[in-house]
Design a protein around this ligand. Sequence first.
Ligand code: PAF
Length: 290
Amino acid sequence: MTTLAIVRDVAGVRAHVAAARADGRRVALVPTMGALHEGHLSLVAIARAHAELVVASLFVNPAQFGPGEDFARYPRDEARDRRLLAEAGCDLLFAPATETVYPPGFATRVSVSGLTEGFEGAVRPGHFDGVATIVAKLFGMVQPDLAVFGEKDWQQLAVIRRLVADLDLPVAILPGPTCRDSDGLALSSRNAYLSPQERAIAAAFPRALHQAAAALAAGAAIDATLAEAGSRICAAGFAAVDYVALVDPDTLVPLATLDRPGRLIAAARLGTTRLLDNLEVRPDGLAPAA
Ligand code: PAF
């Protein structure tokens, strides 16, 4: 287990980063909102494999929650998060207060157009402005060489890649594969909201997506396959399906034909909890990605 240092101010995090750079060590950032699970710890492991100073940030960012969303009840347990990060080999926790991130007079909003308009952006207006703003802000505060984001939030990952490319930010973005429970449910801090009954139903969501991905890869009609996946999810007891779509992995433009690898992305509501998931879909016979 490493000794986890904790800093809450920008000067503190910059001092650690400057010391690492002076020694020729690379700096990785794993941005989080806490409530850590194995998925986050797998991102720390990726960071560890690519850098000699691993920084995790813990900040429940009010700017990415809409009115009526779960900002107030979002799970918070810093002591537990600190223990898990130390066990995972993280070196430094940057856990700023809201006033440090958004001091009085803060007036900047970072907005990525196009990519943010559909899917999560349509259901959660303003969400991606909040994400893009905090990620740009974290990159400015920490100044990492690389940062690791989970593939579970596929649209978020695409937005962050676009942000970094468009603003020439000198940060390499590394994706972390989705971690799943034994029944296939993607790990998420919000799974903690599920009742035992809902948790038992939840596995129907990734199951329906795997069935759809296999059918699409084998050449099934796209619209009918997506509709069938939505019906299966609802039939399992979900309250609603926000979307099930087959899109280009980078632009998130819906694919009319699967003539190249696509991404099956989906969101559905189980009780009051929204679950997100996504899978790669490669046409059968196409060589695996290198
Ligand atoms: O994915 C998350 O946990 C958050 O959206 C992030 C990237 C830490 C920004 O607050």
